[in-house]
Design a protein. Structure first.
Lengths: 176, 361
């Protein structure tokens, strides 16, 4: 893959010099794989930069190279889905996040499952700290009347007898 | 091993050429030495570029300041730093100097050490009932330049004669020869940043190996110094448990626990600007791969649950290996993390006093 193709794409999308420099600093195989991805998803500069950051982080984590991540079956399957451009970018980011943050992703998925086990009533929502970087779990009750609020509170009190809530706090505290 | 640092050249501010530091460098450095007036004629393109040439000049301004780790919202150990050098010959992937010194990257040792010690002495004399912990390892490695500057020969006797201050010399080097003939009188702690062997090998270019650091720790302990260890930054990578367990065991085999003044733990933290600097490196080692997320102070850290798990693992291993008398503390963490890991949240002043007294908890 020639540098000129990379430069042409960057020029077409008006990439800044710093982003282009980082792209060109990658080994040839990675430059080509990134170009193929950028063309396939018509990535703008911010999207490209995020993808590059994630790929380099995954490569550092797994001790591999960027092109091998993009050619892995899992990501190829994501990219092969018949999705529109925005949905495809979103699916790629989601898939890469699982690779970039395997333990955090697993903890988030477990917390989501535990949250469902609570069977909270309608109008009650569960809030977790962003990136699980915090120790609080928030429950928000939205009601149109005092009666509705009392009913929700009773249902929440019952739900909180489930051991799921203990496991949720334990997960936030790194106890798993 | 990373040998002792030898710069490509040394530039000395003309008026400072007969100061003890400049004289020591002139005697010990066989390479080119030049004098300058005004601003040093060295214009490094980057912090890494700045490591090639050593500048000796006066420091214009205050030397002593509070450790910047004492950020609001984080438990602080009331540590003071005296900056006698700027930049470092080593090249750690995660080093905050890559960003912090971007506008002044020249490797510089300050020559007016007498002014620095006078400033420190005035503070110590003004507060005779307080106990101070003062370090020189914030903007530079405390000992990496010592084979050239012989700075320890000025610092150790000064602090040895003080009753209300402990000097901490913090290093990733094995440059302790200059310390061995000096009497610390219980007032000097030589401490090492230690890490899992994989992190030392992959992220700490130009430093001594873990074994070399610990061998140096053994030497200074035999020479009468207390020692400290900083597991900082803790880096999350595949195999971190085994890597850090081995490092703890190696530390425990190195010195008697009575000789350990303190052990700190600090999770890897990257400001957004530092993260950019790390990404620009040809090889970022294990640092970029860690599960880092933004935390309350704007720096990226390993997400809280995993961070707590790492801290608890290390604390349990350290307690088992060193006993409960060796003071352990966390660096740059909020009260909630202290509570979750250590089971208490000490007040800043109390934490500083405990460490100064060498008290375990």
């Amino acid at each position: 893959m020639s540098d000129s193709a990379v430069r042409a794409y960057a020029a077409e999308k008006r990439f800044g010099a710093a982003t282009l420099e980082r792209w060109l600093a990658q080994p040839a195989a990675a430059r080509g794989a990134l170009l193929e991805l950028a063309v396939r998803l018509r990535l703008g500069e911010n999207q490209f930069r995020d993808v590059l950051d994630d790929l380099l982080a995954i490569a550092a984590r797994q001790g591999c190279v960027v092109e091998s991540i993009l050619s892995a079956d899992h990501l190829r399957a994501v990219l092969a889905r018949p999705l529109g451009r925005n949905e495809a970018v979103k699916a790629l980011k989601h898939a890469m996040r699982r690779l970039r943050y395997p333990q955090l992703s697993a903890a988030e998925e477990r917390l989501t499952a535990l949250g469902k086990q609570l069977r909270l009533p309608g109008g009650v929502s569960l809030g977790l700290p962003e990136h699980l970087e915090g120790e609080h779990i928030a429950l928000t009750l939205r009601a149109r009347s005092a009666t509705e609020l009392r009913d929700q509170a009773r249902a929440v009190a019952a739900a909180l007898q489930e051991p799921a809530i203990d496991e949720m706090f334990a997960l936030l505290e790194g106890d798993w | 091993m990373a040998g002792e640092f030898v710069p490509e050249a040394v530039w000395i501010e003309r008026s400072e050429r007969d100061t003890p530091v400049a004289r020591a460098v002139r005697e010990r450095f066989a390479g080119p030495v030049a004098l300058f007036d005004g601003r040093a004629p060295v214009r490094p393109a980057s912090v890494r570029d700045g490591k090639r040439v050593l500048v000796l000049q006066r420091h214009r301004g205050a030397f002593l300041r509070h450790c910047p780790a004492g950020t609001a919202g984080l438990v602080c150990c009331n540590y003071l730093v005296v900056n006698l050098a700027s930049n470092c010959p080593m090249d750690c992937s995660y080093c905050f100097l890559q960003d912090y010194l971007a506008d002044a990257p020249a490797l510089t040792a300050y020559t007016n050490v007498a002014d620095a010690l006078a400033e420190v002495g005035a503070v110590l004399d003004a507060h005779p009932d307080r106990s101070f912990r003062i370090g020189t390892g914030e903007l530079a490695d405390s000992l990496a330049l010592d084979p050239l500057t012989d700075l320890s020969r000025l610092l150790v006797p000064f602090f040895a004669a003080r009753r209300n201050a402990v000097l901490e010399l913090k290093t990733k080097s094995a440059c302790v020869d200059g310390l061995l003939g000096l009497d610390p009188n219980g007032q000097v702690v030589v401490s090492w940043s230690v890490n899992a062997a994989a992190v030392v090998a992959g992220d700490e270019a130009g430093t001594a190996t873990l074994a070399e650091r610990l061998a140096a720790a053994r030497r200074v302990r035999h020479a009468g110094y207390r020692v400290g260890f900083h597991f900082d930054p803790l880096v999350e990578f595949d195999g971190w448990e085994a890597g850090y367990a081995a490092a703890v065991e190696a530390v425990a085999e190195t010195v008697d626990t009575a000789g350990i003044a303190w052990v700190s733990l600090g999770s890897l933290r990257l400001s957004p600007a530092l993260a950019q600097a790390v990404r620009r490196r040809e090889a970022a080692g294990h640092v970029l791969g860690a599960e880092l997320v933004p935390s309350a102070d704007g720096k990226a850290r390993v997400w809280r649950g995993l961070r707590l798990q790492m801290y608890r693992f290390l604390v349990a291993r350290l307690r088992a290996a060193l006993g409960s008398e060796v003071p352990l503390y966390l660096c740059m963490e909020p009260p909630a993390v202290w509570q979750a890991v250590m089971g208490e949240v000490p007040a800043d002043r109390a934490l500083g006093l405990r460490l100064a007294a060498g008290a375990g908890w």
